[in-house]
Design a protein around this ligand. Structure first.
Ligand SMILES: NC(=O)c1ccc[n+]([C@@H]2O[C@H](COP(=O)([O-])OP(=O)(O)OC[C@H]3O[C@@H](n4cnc5c(N)ncnc54)[C@H](OP(=O)(O)O)[C@@H]3O)[C@@H](O)[C@H]2O)c1
Length: 347
């Protein structure tokens, strides 16, 4: 008989009891039993969250065999791909294999559909049979395995006009460009930290459309080569080379790029820790700081802003906002240069 599941997946939590799957240390990844509100998927690739992959890569000395072993060990131990250091996950793409009786016929999915998960791997039951490839430069691992989505789990059907690796890469950061469309107003100034990275580029295009010709979108990144690539996209009014772990340097250069004025909005897309003050200091009182980076520390942001007397609104980078998957895929449809760059980088 089919088992009845909890709406949020709490039935899969092994320890500690009483928490939900994201906070759990270990969840049940036994794929032989499917609860009535679950969707079972055969998984072909994982996009590991950038902050998590960077940490694993460094811990493994950039050795792909060791990276594969560490990912396998984490999943075997926790029943999900949640980096114990960063706490973050990523997302998967796969094929729907079975649908629990409570959902069957009530959702727009059928066995055989190709989907990308839009909830974090840090809360998704996952079993890996084999890791078939590690693509270090793009944080992707190809696997043979299975995963479960709960009835509240978000997903996107993979589009016909965008390749699967490209959709996987873009959907991983889907929350960010949607917020970059929402937060600034026409004529405002936006500062993007980690400007040449995946989420930085997608955010810049959305912000540029929103602020219009009277506004500004300034990007900061460290690596001169990546900055050159970003420059070629024509989505920034200005690009600056600076280390976002050095807030004094960032403040000086960022203000110089905005005629000495503080910014209305900053968006932190750096995949490294200790960038909170670089995102906070250049923003005006009453402005918005959006922390998309998973390496953000609540303590450093809250106490740092207080310590500098910055009355800014700070937003946690909720990976979900309405319409986020379509907004993200539309960037790739609208902007040929971004599409070409992403095709070269992620496919
Ligand atoms: N909130 C959510 O729901 C959510 C979802 C997915 C991902 N994320 C997080 O969002 C962040 C960005 O993800 P992503 O996929 O866009 O990462 P990404 O493509 O790796 O981009 C990060 C960018 O930051 C740059 N960078 C690294 N260290 C820097 C420094 N000290 N100063 C200036 N720039 C620096 C990188 O440059 P180099 O490449 O030259 O090092 C890169 O251009 C990550 O922390 C990721 O974990 C959040």
């Amino acid at each position: 008989m089919e088992l009845s599941g909890n709406k949020y997946g709490a039935h899969r939590v092994i320890e500690p009891r009483g928490v939900l799957t994201q906070a759990a240390a270990r969840i049940d990844n036994d794929m032989s039993k499917l609860y009535d509100n679950e969707i079972l998927c055969d998984v072909s690739s994982l996009n590991i969250d950038s902050a998590s992959f960077t940490q694993i890569e460094q811990a493994c000395g950039h050795d792909e065999a060791k990276i594969a072993r560490m990912i396998m060990d984490i999943v075997n131990e926790r029943g999900k791909m949640q980096n114990p250091v960063t706490g973050s996950g990523g997302m998967f793409i796969g094929t729907v294999s079975r649908i629990g009786s409570k959902l069957d016929g009530k959702i727009d999915l059928a066995p055989g559909d190709r989907i990308g998960s839009l909830v974090s791997l840090s809360l998704t039951p996952l079993k890996i049979d084999e890791i078939t490839a590690v693509h270090s430069s793009i944080d992707r691992v190809d696997i043979k395995g299975q995963a479960v989505l709960f009835e509240t789990g978000l997903y996107a059907k993979l589009p016909d006009d965008i390749s699967e690796p490209l959709a996987l890469a873009a959907l991983d950061v889907a929350g960010a460009p949607a917020q970059a469309r929402k937060l600034p107003k026409e004529g405002e100034s936006v500062l993007i930290l980690g400007a040449s990275g995946k989420s930085g580029v997608l955010c810049a295009w959305e912000a540029l459309k929103k602020v219009g010709p009277a506004g500004k979108v300034v990007g900061i990144d460290l690596d001169p080569e990546s900055l050159e690539l970003a420059r070629g996209l024509d989505i920034y009014t200005e690009l600056i080379s600076a280390d976002c772990q050095k807030p004094a340097e960032v403040l000086e250069k960022a203000l110089a790029a905005n005629e000495g004025r503080e910014y209305d909005v900053s968006i932190c897309c750096v995949n490294a820790p200790a960038c909170e003050m670089s995102a906070i200091l250049p923003v005006r009182d009453g402005g918005i700081v959006y922390f998309f980076s998973m390496a953000t520390s609540f303590t450093r942001a809250a106490l740092g802003a207080e310590g500098c007397g910055k009355d800014v609104d700070m937003m946690i980078g909720n990976g979900y906002t309405k319409g986020h998957a379509e907004i993200t895929l539309d960037v790739l449809r609208e902007n040929r240069k971004i599409r070409e760059l992403f095709d070269r980088k992620y496919v």
